[in-house]
Design a protein around this ligand. Structure first.
Ligand SMILES: C[S@@+](CC[C@H](N)C(=O)[O-])C[C@H]1O[C@@H](n2cnc3c(N)ncnc32)[C@H](O)[C@@H]1O
Length: 331
């Protein structure tokens, strides 16, 4: 999962055209947003064609989003490239208005669609996009003592445990239910002195929280270089000593607690590796799991752990388990 924040600004009253328009556009305009609906089957070709006609970005969403016919996608590894959607909304952003009608018609033709296919064009005023994105991420109180505070805000409660986070290009602002579930688990369960592995660390938020909540040592691992950069930067901002490193095929140390907020299918594939990273009697904490996936993910870990669903947040669940001792260690 990445921190995509697709934006689209509709300015009231400035829909310039509907249908194949003949556009006369002011020269001081900054961005132009073309919106059209299409069958999902043609969307790869159409997106490429729009980009070839000068669009700086193309966004594709389920036309039924927000309705009972919506089909959510979580980009699980191994999922096919074919979109399961029937009808899509396509939004292409151009940085100049000249010849948009001709350019969109050319793209439609390249995708074997009717060049007269209707579309809308909106003028999008330029803004401070960094500030606009930042304004969506505000201080978040998770418990009486724990806050997540973006770097560009002052902590509302300076005496609290404040996780100072700039997610950069990584996932992990604390606002997603899967991260919240892990933070709440750490807040409720860390006693102090534990060693913690945060597998799929993203912004590093969980490893940093673990240390601030009393862990004696935390290590974060990710496959994304951008996540490791963000996580190291966040550790510095929080003045905590956490090691962040790339993912390996094996984990050399054993930890009291291993947290992994990834997705159901990688969690199942990683079960032997993550199980091996937990000491006997230690705990595994798994997030990124939808309610209907809880059984299959839990089953992948039952060979080593006594697993339970401990918390729910929206349609997400957190699974936690205690690693059983091998028979000879039980004596
Ligand atoms: C949903 S984010 C979680 C980020 C953060 N731990 C949190 O709870 O908000 C999942 C992270 O796992 C990483 N990831 C995905 N598959 C992985 C794998 N096989 N090994 C290590 N990291 C992985 C992704 O790059 C991403 O940063």
């Amino acid at each position: 999962m990445s921190r995509d924040s697709a934006f689209c600004v509709s300015l009231p009253g400035v829909v310039l055209s509907s249908g194949p328009p003949s556009l006369i556009l002011d020269s001081d305009m900054s961005w132009f947003l073309v919106t059209l609906q299409a069958d999902a089957g043609c969307v790869h070709v159409l997106s490429d064609a729009l980009l070839q006609t000068g669009a700086v970005s193309v966004e594709v969403t389920d036309a039924y989003a927000g309705t009972p016919r919506e089909h959510a996608l979580f980009a699980e590894p191994g999922e096919s490239d074919t979109l399961p959607w029937e009808l899509v909304n396509v939004r292409a952003l151009y940085d100049e208005g000249a010849d948009i009608a001709a350019r969109v018609a050319a793209a439609l033709r390249a995708a074997n669609l009717d060049p007269e296919h209707g579309f809308d064009v909106e003028r999008v005023a330029d803004r401070d996009w960094v500030r606009a994105t930042q304004s969506q991420f505000r201080p978040l109180q998770l418990s009486s003592r724990l806050w997540v505070v973006p770097t560009w805000h002052a902590p509302p409660d300076p005496g609290a445990i404040n996780l100072i986070i700039d997610p950069g290009l990584a996932f992990g602002t604390g606002t997603h239910p899967t991260t919240r579930l892990c933070l709440n688990w750490l807040d409720a369960n860390l006693r102090g002195g534990e060693t913690v592995l945060d597998y799929g660390c993203g912004s590093g938020i969980l490893a940093i929280a673990a240390v601030k909540l009393g862990a004696v040592r935390a290590v974060g691992v990710d496959i994304e270089p951008a996540a490791l950069l963000a996580a190291r930067h966040n550790a510095m901002q929080n003045q905590v000593d956490v090691r962040f490193e790339g993912a390996h095929e094996s984990v050399s140390s054993r930890y009291d607690i291993v947290l992994a907020n990834i997705l159901a299918s990688p969690l199942q594939l990683l079960a032997p590796l993550l199980a091996c990273a937990v000491r006997s009697g230690g705990q595994i904490v798994l997030s990124g799991i939808l309610e209907h996936q809880a059984d299959e993910v839990g089953n992948a870990y039952r060979e080593w752990f006594d697993m339970n669903i401990t918390q729910r947040d929206e349609s997400w669940v957190l699974l936690a388990g205690i690693k059983r001792y091998p028979p000879q260690e039980r004596l």
